[in-house]
Design a protein around this ligand. Structure first.
Ligand SMILES: Cc1ncc(COP(=O)(O)O)c(C=O)c1O
Length: 400
């Protein structure tokens, strides 16, 4: 179920039937199934988890752990490899802090030119503290990851290769298997930022052979403040927790403490229980709609958008439809992206404008910003037509 049929699951579209919501790369909307799952926690069985011996707490614990199971099935992982986080940013920061503890000035971390600030700034900070260097895989003129560049950069001193599976600015799908194979040949760990992939492409961590994968709930029809960090069991067993406190320990004395098993040792304190339950419901919602069908729908619409919008503007992203998702960024010569977005908003078309948290990428591409339309399961050809009309009007007003 995609397009107009999918809209019926989202209360927001009943309230705003004429809204062309094309800012899904920033945040998707929330279906009733997710709202309902969270509401039933608050109204039906609210209690803290893993602590109470009473029935309500056992029920809440069961639902929380069921959600972990749903996320594990969603990405083909085991439940003990799923750590609930507050989002992609949290997962990536934790990795940048903990993985690099023993790195020295001989070591390097390889990222790409298209990373979101969330997969760049934490590494910059760790590099400043530990003295290792950062390297960046170049892009091709067609806005794709240049594997030849990756081959020259990833060497025996590379400890981590981290990359966005899908670029939030360009829509580019990274050649994940190739990058991961290159990294593993050199003994480096791999981190996949799947924030822009989880709701749009089937994600199988076993098939990818990724060591770590991070993604956010609010970009996959789930709640804000929720997310997942997947780590392969053998890595999680060796990693130091980021936070210490209740729930993550098995034994504590006044002098020292022993950690609980995985993943509990990585979830200190009371977690975002309702959000985790909502995120589990979001994973089941996506699976119920069928990710392959979502991908097919969004690909068809992206093709339509590239053709129609591409006649009016310069598209900043790959032309090859098989190498991109429905993140469609564009520029209009002589028009500021914020002005374009403002005019589109008055036409009931919601898009994002600016640097999209990829300031270095913008500079690399010689741009100051771009306007970005991004698709979701409920996007329709009418949404794209409205976008095109709005863009034509913006050109008239801004470029006259
Ligand atoms: C590719 C990518 N990585 C990381 C993030 C950060 O996600 P969050 O803000 O949910 O932590 C985003 C958000 O836009 C993103 O698009």
């Amino acid at each position: 179920m995609t397009g107009t049929a999918a809209k019926q699951h989202f209360a927001l579209f009943a309230r705003h039937p004429h809204l062309a919501y094309l800012d899904n790369a920033a945040s998707t909307q929330t279906p009733q199934a997710v709202v309902g799952a969270m509401a039933s926690y608050y109204t039906g069985y609210r209690a803290n988890i893993h602590r109470g011996v009473y029935e309500l707490s056992a029920l809440a614990t069961g639902r929380y752990e069921n959600a972990r199971g749903a996320l594990a099935r969603f990405i083909n992982a085991s439940a003990d490899e799923i750590i609930f986080t507050s989002g992609t940013t949290a997962g990536l920061n934790w990795l940048a802090l903990r993985l690099t503890q023993k790195f020295t000035s001989r070591d390097n971390v390889v990222l790409t030119r298209l990373e979101h600030h969330a997969n760049l700034v934490p590494w910059q900070q760790a590099a400043k503290e530990r003295g290792f260097s950062l390297r960046f895989v170049e892009l091709t003129p067609g806005y794709e990851i240049d594997l030849a560049s990756a081959r020259t950069l990833i060497d025996e001193n590379t400890k981590v290769v981290g990359f966005a599976l899908v670029s939030n600015t360009l829509g580019t799908i990274s050649p994940a298997r190739e990058l991961i194979a290159l990294a593993h040949e050199r003994g480096a760990l791999t981190i996949v930022d799947a924030a822009q992939a989880a709701a749009h492409l089937p994600l199988d961590v076993r098939d990818l052979e990724a060591d770590f994968v991070a993604f956010s709930g609010h970009k996959m029809y789930g709640p804000t403040g929720s997310g997942v960090l997947f780590g392969r069991r053998e890595h999680l067993r060796r990693l130091e927790p980021l936070f210490y406190g209740g729930e993550m320990v098995s034994h504590v004395t006044y002098e020292t403490a022993e950690w609980a098993g995985i993943p509990e040792r990585f979830e200190a304190g009371t977690p975002a229980i309702a959000e985790a339950i909502g995120l589990g419901a979001a994973a089941e919602f996506i699976t119920g709609l069928d990710l392959a069908a979502i991908r097919a729908h969004e690909t068809r619409l992206t093709e339509y958008a590239l053709e129609k919008v591409g006649k009016e503007v310069k598209i900043i992203g790959p032309a090859d439809i098989s190498r991109r998702t429905g993140v469609v960024s564009f520029v209009i010569k002589g028009a500021h992206p914020h002005d374009i977005a403002d005019i589109l908003d008055k036409h009931g078309v919601v898009v994002r404008a600016g640097h999209h948290c990829t300031m270095p990428l913008m500079r690399y591409l010689g741009l100051t910003g771009a306007t970005r339309a991004s698709l979701g399961v409920y996007s329709t050809a009418e949404d794209i037509d409205r976008l095109v009309e709005g863009v034509r009007y913006a050109k008239k007003v801004l470029c006259a």
